[in-house]
Design a binder for this molecule. Structure first.
Ligand SMILES: Cc1cc2nc3c(=O)[nH]c(=O)nc-3n(C[C@H](O)[C@H](O)[C@H](O)COP(=O)(O)OP(=O)(O)OC[C@H]3O[C@@H](n4cnc5c(N)ncnc54)[C@H](O)[C@@H]3O)c2cc1C
Length: 390
């Protein structure tokens, strides 16, 4: 593999430390959490104590003020062992980032120190039963009442939904205005009228809680607004590249890991008097995947570098997410095949990786939405594509 050049000695020492934490505090318990459908709150507190949450939050808000690569190391080390339960990525990469970028000094001082420690867990509430890809169509309303807003509506598929203490909530403050009527709020889970629905049963990522959330006349002060009124959609658009980059990092990491597992397994497993790896088909399948995993990793690392220089273009982020997600899903499928019946057994990590993978082509912008973004860039100036709703 082409050597990765992003990380320095400090990042590598951090990786060792995170790896130890993951091996000790997560790996032995993950199967139980899959059964429970949730990870315990104590894990969040331990992760906070160990510094795994919100690495980039500045010291004045209680964080260590490190660079983005420290967060990347945490995400990679979780994906490397298939630990899809802890929703640290949403909390760190999305919720804390939204608060850091758009929050008032008061909001930052209130939430970020608690989020760094794992004492407050964050969720991002955008998707609704009738509005996922087409976020402009969201219906949750926030209506002004004096110096307050009253929120009514429903969200669905919300990661960390069963445990969250704060939600970055996308609402409509003016239904007549479409995208320009979208406003973000920070909503505390302690507010009267806020209710958590079911912990939804999923195909994979079984240890991560994913929920419906209900808002029934939830009254919040206008000081809970995150950013300016009517700017919510534009704010969300500025964060999508980061979300897509994180998805690409996940897919690049899982792809490499699953190939490693399969090389090891097929070298040991015997059939017809030889190892499975002795079949030329096995070698060709894995060589093909390895070649593409390497190019995906190099492209993703380049995107990380650009992101850190504040130069990551949304089209490049879409390309990274699309290519790595498709490769991720193809890899788990082809590798599971080489495990035979054992690959279909839940006790084998490849089985879990297969089930966990499917979501990457849907969440954070579906493959089709990524293609639309890329095509729109290619056909700039074409009137028809300019009118695209994505
Ligand atoms: C496990 C999980 C966790 C999630 N976590 C969160 C979370 O924490 N917070 C949150 O807000 N949301 C979350 N989501 C929601 C996720 O972002 C949405 O599922 C996603 O945006 C797609 O929306 P949808 O499900 O409504 O699909 P729809 O928008 O109904 O789309 C269905 C399908 O239609 C096709 N399609 C849609 N638009 C286009 C288009 N423009 N062109 C061509 N084809 C198109 C695609 O094939 C797409 O998959 C999560 C989802 C899952 C499954």
């Amino acid at each position: 593999m082409i050597e990765r050049t992003l990380f320095n000695e400090e990042h590598e020492m951090w990786r060792e430390s995170v790896r130890r934490f993951v091996e000790q505090e997560i790996v032995p318990f993950h199967a139980k959490w899959e059964h429970d459908g949730i990870v315990p709150r104590e894990l969040w507190l331990k992760a906070g104590e160990h510094g795994l949450l919100c690495c980039t939050v500045p010291e004045r808000y209680g964080g260590p003020g490190l660079d983005y690569l420290f967060d990347v190391v945490v995400f990679e080390e979780l994906w490397r062992v298939g630990a899809s339960g802890p929703g640290f990525l949403i909390h760190t990469d999305l919720v804390a980032t939204y608060i850091l970028t758009f929050g008032t000094e008061e909001q930052k001082c209130h939430w970020l120190p608690k989020m760094v420690k794992g004492e407050a867990i964050g969720s991002l509430g955008m998707t609704e039963p009738h509005a996922g890809s087409d976020l402009k169509a969201l219906r949750t309303q926030a209506i002004r009442d004096g110096d307050d807003f009253i929120i009514n509506g429903q969200k669905v598929f919300i990661s960390n939904g069963q445990m969250c203490d704060v939600i970055v909530l996308a609402t409509k403050t003016d239904s007549a205005l479409g995208a320009k009527g979208v406003t973000l709020f920070l909503v505390e889970s302690t507010r009267k009228g806020f209710n958590r629905g079911r912990n939804l049963e999923k195909l994979g990522m079984k240890a991560q809680d994913t929920s419906e959330l209900f808002f029934d006349n939830v009254r919040i002060p206008s000081s809970n607004m995150l950013g300016a009124e009517g700017r919510g959609f534009a704010q969300m658009m500025t964060k999508l590249s980061q979300e897509r980059l994180a998805q690409a990092i996940r897919s690049a990491t899982v792809t490499e890991t699953v190939i490693e597992w399969t090389v090891k397994y097929t070298a040991e497993r015997m059939a017809f008097g030889q190892s499975i790896a002795d079949f030329q088909n096995t070698q060709f399948v894995l060589a093909d995947l390895r070649a593409r995993a390497t190019t995906a990793r190099v492209y993703t690392d380049k995107c990380i570098e650009l992101f850190m220089e504040d130069k990551l273009d949304p089209v490049d982020a879409a390309i990274a997410k699309m290519v790595t997600s498709e490769l991720h899903c193809e890899t788990v499928d082809k590798c599971l095949q080489l495990f035979g019946g054992w690959g279909y057994m839940w006790e084998y990590p490849i089985c879990r990786a297969y089930a966990d993978a499917r979501v990457v082509k849907i969440a954070g912008g579906s493959i089709e939405v990524m293609k639309t973004i890329i095509a729109r860039d290619m056909f700039k100036g074409s009137l028809k594509l300019k009118k695209s709703s994505v």
